[in-house]
Design a protein around this ligand. Structure first.
Ligand code: SF4
Ligand code: SF4
Length: 341
């Protein structure tokens, strides 16, 4: 069942949710992009396709304290210093980013379960938002994601005058109860019309011809020594921007920080594009940028599907296409390796 909320009541809608739970919405970052901000009555919703950094930050934060050690004489005391998560709502998560949570779940929720991530997933409630104007960097359909039919606890579609909402889970139903007075039952004709329009755009997007049959399970031998990796990786600066904006990259480092009054163990995002990534006592297993570059794309297109029932570790969000300083990206890699119709 679909309900609608007039856009004239959008602030009331946000206020009703924020009155009960912490709410985050896309807002201006002041530099031409969008970031998720905690909603208050001064927060202006920004209707953009992608936030600069993806919403994975809510579940797998850029930096996170894990525990504290206190040394007393010959004893070490271990303290669990995590903040208890409270329920929170993230509004406006695009269909590609919603799908990225499935990819992260397979990493963090498989044994041994990452309790930090699991707690945030449990407390997070996702209101997704269908795409009405996909951009030329979008290729989510390559990965079988339908940008007109987003998953999440509540699916939302925004037209010129209303927000259409459908609860998909118990958490979503409970949230819909909070905004019931601002919404009304309606027919889904405007949603159907929007879907039809978007489908026409999707076929014409520049990356609509990308295909996956040369990638996936069992393709390591065919692709690993392809000479194309030399030219593809030549300009890569190893800056890691592509990994930091990516909703599915999940590598991290764990470090200790001496506060002078104990030691805090924390983790922070890392990147396989960095020269020190996975450095061990004997040195680094990947000595050249070509090897590091190849690792990132082989992981997304071959190794991850090899270990995860064929699921690819890219959702076609297009962030790396927009942000790489030397204009290198996964779509170019796929094309060069034979992934174009
Ligand atoms: S591919 Fe681009 S964004 Fe990624 S590390 Fe290389 S230069 Fe940086
Ligand atoms: S590899 Fe690029 S297009 Fe794919 S999910 Fe990551 S940032 Fe998005």
């Amino acid at each position: 069942m679909i309900r609608k909320c007039s856009l004239t009541k959008l602030n009331d809608f946000f206020a009703a949710i924020a009155g009960d739970k912490t709410l985050y919405i896309p807002a201006s970052d002041g530099a031409g992009g969008a970031v998720y901000k905690k909603w208050d009555s001064n927060t202006q919703y920004l209707d953009v396709l992608n936030t600069v950094k993806s919403p994975k930050d809510f579940f797998f934060p850029h930096t996170e304290d894990l525990m504290e050690f206190k040394v007393k004489g010959k004893n070490i005391e271990l303290l669990d210093i995590r903040q208890e998560s409270e329920d929170f709502v993230v509004f406006g998560v695009r269909p590609c980013d919603v799908k990225s949570f499935d990819i992260l779940d397979r990493v963090f929720l498989s044994e041994p379960v990452d309790s930090y991530y699991a707690s945030r997933r449990e407390h997070g409630i996702i209101i997704s938002l269908a795409c009405s104007k996909p951009s030329e960097t979008c290729f989510c359909t390559t990965f079988d994601i339908d940008p007109t039919e987003p998953e999440g606890d509540i699916s939302a579609w925004k037209t010129d005058d209303a927000l259409y909402l459908r609860a998909n889970t118990e958490k979503g139903e409970a949230l819909m109860a909070l905004v019931e007075h601002l919404t009304e039952e309606c027919d889904d004709a405007p949603v159907v019309a929007q879907k039809q329009n978007v489908k026409k755009i999707l076929d014409k997007l520049p990356l609509a011809g990308l295909k996956l049959d040369v990638f996936g399970k069992g393709k390591t031998e065919e692709l690993f020594d392809d000479p194309a990796w030399d030219t593809l990786s030549e300009a890569c600066l190893g800056c890691g921007t592509c990994t930091f904006v990516c909703p599915t990259c999940q590598c991290y480092d764990i470090k200790d920080f001496d506060t002078g009054n104990g030691v805090i163990r924390y983790r922070c995002w890392d990147s396989c594009m960095f020269s020190e990534f996975t450095k061990m006592a004997h040195g680094n297993p990947r000595l050249t940028q070509k090897e590091r570059f190849r690792q990132r794309f082989m992981h997304k297109l071959v190794y991850y599907p090899d270990n995860n029932d064929g699921l690819f570790s890219c959702v076609g969000c297009g962030r790396c296409l927009a942000k790489c300083p030397v204009s290198m990206n996964i779509a170019k890699v796929m094309k060069k390796l034979g992934g174009e119709k």
